[in-house]
Design a protein around this ligand. Structure first.
Ligand SMILES: [Zn+2]
Length: 496
């Protein structure tokens, strides 16, 4: 078929000829008889006789992102049952039409088991199902597990190492790009007197990193590359995604430093869909975690309604559900609703506003470990406003060891000697780490002070008031640094 030849032949046949100069032609007779313009007739004939042109212009379907996996809220936590920190709020958000997905860092394989004999990896298999069942009470059917291992420690750096930080982040960024959520909710990255679980903190660190990186097309670019063949096995065809807001909830005992830093929700209002108060929806969800709380769940059967309500509203969610605003790229009030300022549609990738580098004197002593890390983390992620205790603090089990990691920095042109002295509350004993150290020119050396903690006295109850430990550093008789740490002794606490 040669369209140009067809067109030539047809146009010759129907070309209009002037009435004045020539006698009426066949084509004009057709026009007169039908009342159709010659162009209209040309179009009809072209459409009928030239199917290849018509076919080339038909739209082909290009598959787009799967809308079934688009959500409004992504909750990022560490262990199955951690979602309980947010379930009363999630139930409310779902009532308002929001879609929710949850990411767990681990499958909880090193937790207790009150329901059966299974432990370790087998327990993780059970707890994954418990988490899915707990979420299904709220109508949430999207949950993923990053594959991290449980870490019995308050040190976020140990948790990140144990989870495989890089692979976990890669997985989480993939899920951010898959779920294209508006808001991320997660644990507050920081170290506090409280449960202060390193895994909880690691969830908050990874979520923050994913918030800042998932919108960057050069981060894990294979995830956002177009496929090169029909059954593409490597390139994922996702798109970069910039989450609009991130909120944190702290894993700390005291809430005063977080007050007024974000929205707060009552747990006592009635859920429109469940026709019961939000705390009860959340409690119903929590009951699915039999391995973690069978004793507690059984005890509910022996309590009356008033007792259950008192426990839920004065022990579990006593102050309602509060969040700390981490970042908003869409404005809105700090204490306003989580979805304040959010409108549908993607927003451009936003690099975090990095604060100025921490300036240090030529010689310095600095508290190392998670404390130095979090100072850098807040600076790098535009989070210097995040509440953190000053001086730094930790709760530890009485009778155990306190380790104070430190950096000795020598930015001068020659080797320098540092002299460290440690000041401890009475009854606490220094095991090692003080004395004289030489640090070479332009070098930073790591050291640690080890302290044996006393047992709790009979009168102290389950915990004692926090006490201050300090380390003093001199060089050539001149003070070059002091670090302080507030330490609370408890009957039970995670290792440092
Ligand atoms: Zn947990």
């Amino acid at each position: 078929m040669y369209p140009s030849l067809e067109t030539t032949r047809l146009s010759t046949l129907f070309f209009p000829i002037s009435h004045e100069r020539t006698p009426q032609t066949g084509s004009e007779r057709i026009r007169s008889a039908t009342g159709l313009n010659w162009l209209t007739i040309l179009f009809i004939l072209l459409s009928a006789f030239l199917p290849p042109i018509a076919a080339a212009q038909a739209q082909k379907q290009i598959l787009q992102a799967d809308e079934r996996y688009k959500v409004d809220i992504l909750l990022v936590v560490a262990h199955p049952d951690d979602e309980g920190a947010a379930t009363p709020y999630l139930a409310r958000a779902i009532d308002e039409g929001k879609r929710v997905a949850v990411v767990y860092g681990t499958r909880g394989s090193s937790g207790a088991n009150e329901a059966g004999a299974e432990q370790a990896t087998a327990l993780g298999d059970i707890r994954e199902i418990e988490a899915r069942r707990a979420l299904s009470v709220l109508g949430i059917d999207k949950a993923w597990f990053l594959g991290g291992k449980d870490t019995a420690s308050q040190d976020v750096l140990q948790s990140l190492a144990n989870w495989g930080h890089g692979a976990a982040l890669e997985n989480l960024i993939r899920l951010v790009r898959l779920t294209r959520h508006e808001v991320m909710l997660t644990f507050l990255p920081g170290t506090f007197i409280g449960e202060d679980h390193g895994d909880h903190q690691a969830a908050g660190v990874l979520a923050t990193e994913a918030f800042d990186l998932a919108g960057d097309p050069s981060t894990f670019p294979e995830q956002v590359s177009a496929p090169l063949r029909r059954l593409e096995p490597y390139l994922e065809n996702l798109r970069p995604w910039q989450t609009k807001k991130i909120y944190y909830f702290p894993d700390a005992d005291k809430e005063d430093i977080f007050r007024g830093k974000g929205p707060k929700y009552s747990v006592k209002e009635i859920s429109k869909s469940a026709k019961q108060v939000y705390w009860r929806v959340a409690l119903e969800s929590f009951r699915r975690h039999e391995t973690q709380a069978k004793g507690f769940i059984d005890s509910l059967a022996k309590m009356d309604e008033a007792q259950i309500e008192k426990m839920a509203t004065s022990d579990f969610w006593s102050n309602g559900i509060s969040f700390v605003l981490g970042k908003s790229l869409v404005g809105g009030n700090v204490t306003g609703d989580v979805f304040d300022g959010i409108t549908p549609g993607a927003i451009p990738f936003a690099r975090p506003e990095v604060s100025a580098a921490i300036s240090r004197p030529e010689l310095s002593l600095e508290l190392a470990g998670p404390w130095t890390y979090y100072a850098e983390f807040r600076r790098e992620h535009g989070l210097t406003h995040l509440p953190h205790p000053e001086p730094p603090e930790i709760a530890l089990q009485a009778g155990m060891e306190l380790v104070i990691p430190f950096w000795l920095r020598n930015q001068s042109e020659s080797a320098r000697e540092f002299n460290l002295t440690v000041h401890l509350p009475s009854g606490w004993s220094l095991e090692s780490g003080d004395g004289k150290f030489t640090v070479a020119a332009k070098q930073t050396a790591a050291g640690r002070i080890e302290v044996r903690l006393p047992l709790l006295g009979e009168s102290a109850g389950s915990k004692a008031e926090p006490q201050e430990v300090s380390v003093h550093a001199e060089s050539n008789g001149r003070t070059v640094g002091d670090v302080k740490l507030r330490v609370e002794l408890r009957k039970r606490a995670l290792p440092e």
